[in-house]
Design a protein around this ligand. Structure first.
Ligand code: XMP
Length: 307
């Protein structure tokens, strides 16, 4: 089935782009990665993959993306370090929707500058079915480069539009992407910025980045296969004790959910010893954190991400 799908899409992209150029915003997530590799098969170096480091990526993620796509898969990759610009734009912003909008706008501004230089005629996007279904319902403003095609006069190509996440994973595997990509947990476009409740500063993002890496490591070590597992910095300080001295430190929430497509989800029954190990490691390896909580809420009523 996938061979046929790949053949058709490659042909379609080739026909549409002709001898023109296309760009894609590559995040390293399974959707944009799959769309990028599919388009690369179709038009080779005439696909310019733009990777923007927002400053909200997971631990070692920028290095991993560059290595995988540029060195291993041979894509024509442009790396943009926009960290300072994102942190600057988010100064003082605490409302979740406002945050998403500022990040979305900054992303588009950065991407637009690069796109103008490349002077491409087409924009490839890894939109999948739940993206447009959910954005119709307007639960959260989703992060994508919508609005850009009109501004830049780009024609939009969305080869994964009718697929669900599990199908994209199968396709990615079929296309020869590394397991670390096709088995990756979904990660929101605005990244760790929506896992830091309240103001987004480099220091606060660094805390959640470390905590998040521990959650991912321990879930993997326990051989659990949730839809997502992550940490959130709540921005609430609580009292603790260190030696015989009072401590007053940050609280981190751990969320692990099972889901088929992200539209609904259940909190996972993670073994207690795994949760305790996570709590132990976070409080010992991330010195700013003094307490770890586990979120047992399903979606609905809660969403998967906290913002
Ligand atoms: P929520 O939090 O709405 O998330 O239950 C459902 C799924 O979508 C992911 N998510 C996003 N994915 N851009 C994305 O591409 C976004 O802006 C975004 N926000 C949330 C979330 O991680 C979950 O898997």
């Amino acid at each position: 089935m996938w061979e046929e799908f790949i053949g058709e899409k490659v042909e379609e992209i080739r026909k549409t782009v002709g001898d023109g150029k296309a760009i894609i915003a590559l995040s390293g997530g399974v959707d944009s990665s799959t769309a990028a590799v599919l388009a690369h098969r179709a038009i080779g170096d005439r696909l310019h993959a733009v990777f923007v480091n927002t400053g909200f990526m997971r631990k070692n993620e920028p290095e991993f993306v560059v290595k995988t796509f540029q060195d291993d898969l041979g894509l024509n990759l442009i790396y943009v370090d926009a960290q300072e610009r994102f942190f600057e734009a988010l100064k003082g912003v605490t409302d979740p929707e406002e945050k998403r909008k500022v990040i979305g706008k900054t992303f588009i501004d950065v991407f637009e500058e690069v796109a103008r230089e490349i002077d491409a005629g087409f924009l490839i996007q890894g939109t999948i079915a739940p993206d447009w279904i959910e954005s119709k319902g307007k639960i959260k403003s989703h992060h994508n480069v919508g609005g850009l095609p009109e501004r830049l006069n780009l024609r939009l190509i969305e080869p994964l539009r009718d697929l669900y996440k599990d199908e994209v994973r199968e396709l990615a595997r079929e296309l020869g992407l590394p397991e670390k990509i096709y088995n990756r947990m979904p990660f929101p476009g605005p990244g760790l910025a929506v896992r830091v409740l309240g103001e987004v500063t480099p220091e606060r993002v660094a805390i959640v980045r470390e905590a998040n890496a521990i959650v991912e490591e321990e879930i993997e070590r326990a051989k659990l296969k949730p839809w997502q597992a992550f940490a959130v910095l709540l921005g609430v300080k609580t009292v603790g004790v260190q030696g015989d001295i009072r401590a007053y430190k940050e609280t981190v929430a751990v969320r692990v959910v099972e889901s088929l497509d992200g539209m609904t989800a259940n909190a996972m029954e993670v073994p207690f010893e795994v949760l305790q190990r996570i709590a132990f490691r976070i409080t010992s390896e991330v010195p700013q954190v003094g307490r770890v909580l586990y979120d047992v809420t399903n979606k609905p009523p809660a969403t998967i991400e906290f913002e």
